[in-house]
Structures are given as C-alpha cells and as structure tokens.
Write a protein that binds this ligand. Structure first.
Ligand SMILES: NC(=O)c1ccc[n+]([C@@H]2O[C@H](COP(=O)([O-])OP(=O)(O)OC[C@H]3O[C@@H](n4cnc5c(N)ncnc54)[C@H](O)[C@@H]3O)[C@@H](O)[C@H]2O)c1
Length: 348
C-alpha cells in the first residue's frame, strides 16, 4: 500500500519524541521532512541541538533531511509545504504538551492542539495522505482507577484541558477517517523519558534539583505511580505504526462499538511499558544514578494531575509485534549518563 521509502513528514521534529522518530526513520533508510515552530515553551537551544544531531545523522547516512520552521496554525504555509514535498505518511507530533501548563496558558492548547490539528487533517485530506499517525496521551484516561488502562475503557472524564484536547484529536481523526478514508492511528503515550528529554518533565526537573542540591517537590506526598516509557521504544512504535496504516475492523459491531477501532480506517493504541514505577522508587533510582541524596519537599496533589498511570499495551503488540520493554533501571541509567554529559551551560 505504501510506496517504497517515500519521504516521511514529521511535525514537532525539534521536540523530544519527534527528534527520536526522525533519527529512527533516517537509520531505516527514509528521507525526512521535519516541521516545527521551535517555540520557547522550554529551552530553544535544546531543540536546536536536537535538529543539529538529526542533520548530522542524515549526512552520515546519505539521507535527505529538510527542515521548515512553521506554525501549524498557518494553514496556507502548511499546504504549501505539503505540496512541495508530497509525503505519503505524516507523523504528527507537534502540540502544546504538558498537563500543568494547560492550567496556566489554555490558549496555547487550543491554538496548537485544536486549530493546528484540524489543519493537519485538512492537508492530509487534500493530498490523500496514505497514513496519519498522531500523538494522543495517557492523560485521556483522566481519573480512571481501573488499572491497567485499556483502549476500550471509557475516556469521557478528562481532568485537564490538555487531556481534553488529546481526546478531541481522537474524535476529529475518526471523523476524517470516516469521511475521507484517511487511515489514522492515535498513540496514547505514557510518560516518555530518556536522553534529550523535556525539561518540564519529572526526570529532568529532578535530575537538575538533585545535582544542584535544591529541593524537589514531591506531589501527593509521593503517593503516585507512573508507567515510564523509554524514548527509543516509543520511536520504534511510532515508526512501525507509520509503516502500517490502520484498516477498517471488519468485525466492528455498530450496536456495541469498541472505542479502539472502527468501521473506518482508524486505530487507537496505548504506548506504555506496562510496569509502573512508584514516585519514591523513581527518585531513589535517580539518587543512586547520581550518587547524591535528593532533598524532598512533600506537597499535596496538584489539580489536573492523576495518581496512577498503567498501560495495557497488548493491542499495540498484536498490531506491530513490538511493545516498549526497556527496563526502568536501564532507561534511567541511560538518561542519567546523558544528563551528566550534557547538563552544562547550554542546557538551562
Ligand atoms: N513526552 C511525553 O511523555 C508525552 C506523553 C503523552 C503525549 N505526548 C505528546 O507527544 C507529542 C510530542 O511530545 P514531546 O514530549 O516530544 O513534546 P515537545 O514539546 O518536546 O515536542 C513538541 C514539538 O512541537 C512543536 N510545536 C508545538 N506547537 C507547535 C505549533 N503550533 N506549530 C509547530 N510546532 C509546534 C514544539 O516546538 C516542540 O518542538 C505531543 O503531541 C505531546 O502532547 C508526549
């Protein structure tokens, strides 16, 4: 169904996941078109360094990497770029990420995650894109307490605007899969971590505080669990899904519709390690990796946050014959080694 190795378009390519996905595609012999607005939600220098690495890797492996700085809300420019490169596969990772920031700047989420998302769907429709992969999030499970989270669980009770925009993306994608037969796959990522990670997420915040010997804020008195998922596993999942367009489920029962598939070419998958880690154990592993004790400042639960995430990734494994499985110990060691090497004046 997909033409042999046509260039892959990745939005959010300067971001944590987009960067890892671009590298994975280049190493598999694909050319990559990367879009990003390089916004300053966090250190732009980190985004630029990721882009430099992608460019270097493309050169080493004699692949093309084209970067365009663009705001995905700009539909005309988006259209122009899509027409210029004519991709078959779109991996849409650009979004305003982060649960907590959505309480401070809701508008950023509406702009990037809703206006931006509809523009991506519209250009995919115009160019008859053969496969669209997009980032959803484990946060769509809201305050669900039935663990592990499964794709067919109800996700109608988001507890943050961020989660609500991701759930909206899944609904919008279904409408376009139905109306225009665009195969879409939504990936619900579970707390992605690893080298070149996001400075607004716990591993980076805690690493910085531990090394600087400043207090780390431990929410809900440490009573939280997270299904941490290693970045290289996530990149492999995205690439495999990008190369395998969703198909209609021929057994789909409209009288008893399951949320994870459809009569349209539409799929939803959890992307998690399925082995959640307690917050206190996570801090201890970081302490061990750095050989420094953390100063803990225990705090109540934050609004918008959830106590536990735990992925059942069986559907994903059955679809692409792969599931994230890097042990947390290996992942944390890899993250800590990178952090020690790179946390210089370049990374604030
Ligand atoms: N990292 C995680 O643990 C995690 C978990 C669940 C879901 N996600 C989702 O995965 C995707 C990638 O996340 P990430 O961790 O790489 O985040 P990131 O912030 O590192 O990457 C997102 C990139 O998109 C770009 N961007 C944002 N708004 C844009 C816009 N309007 N136009 C153009 N570019 C824009 C940013 O500059 C950034 O480089 C996001 O959709 C995020 O919501 C991530």
């Amino acid at each position: 169904m997909l033409e042999e190795k046509k260039p892959i378009l990745i939005t959010g390519v300067s971001g944590f996941i987009g960067y890892a996905v671009a590298k994975n595609f280049l190493l598999k012999g694909y050319d990559v078109i990367g879009l990003d607005n390089n916004n300053d939600y966090y250190d732009v220098n980190l985004k630029k360094k990721r882009l430099e690495i992608i460019c270097k890797l493309a050169k080493q492996h004699k692949r093309d990497f084209h970067f365009r700085e663009i705001q995905i809300e700009n539909k005309d420019l988006l259209k122009k770029i899509f027409h210029e490169f004519d991709p078959e596969v779109v991996t849409h990772l650009a979004a305003q990420a982060g649960v907590r920031y959505s309480l401070m700047n809701p508008d950023a989420y509406i702009q990037s995650n809703l206006f931006g998302f509809i523009n991506i769907l519209e250009v995919c429709k115009d160019l008859s894109i053969k496969n669209l992969i997009y980032a959803s999030s484990s946060s769509v499970y809201g305050a669900n307490t039935k663990l592990p989270f499964q794709e067919n669980d109800s996700v109608n009770h988001p507890v943050s605007l961020y989660a609500a925009t991701k759930k909206s993306n899944e609904l919008m994608a279904h409408a376009y899969s139905n109306l225009y037969k665009i195969p879409t796959t939504g990936l619900r990522f579970f707390t992605v971590y690893g080298p070149w990670g996001r400075p607004d997420m716990a591993p980076m915040i805690f690493a910085k505080a531990i090394l600087n010997k400043t207090p780390i804020r431990v929410f809900n008195e440490g009573n939280m669990i997270r299904d941490f998922t290693f970045i290289d596993d996530v990149a492999e999942v995205v690439v495999r899904c990008a190369l395998k367009p969703a198909q209609p489920n021929i057994h789909f029962d409209k009288s008893n519709p399951e949320p994870s598939s459809s009569f349209a070419p539409y799929k939803i998958f959890n992307v998690g390690n399925s082995s959640p880690v307690n917050l206190i154990d996570f801090i201890q592993m970081l302490e061990n990796a750095f050989g420094i004790k953390a100063v803990k400042d225990f705090q109540p639960m934050q609004s918008g946050d959830v106590v536990a995430t735990f992925s059942d990734s069986t559907l994903l494994e059955n679809w692409i014959n792969f599931k994230p499985s890097t042990s947390f110990q290996d992942g944390i060691n890899s993250f800590a080694n990178w952090y020690i090497k790179f946390h210089d004046s370049n990374l604030n």
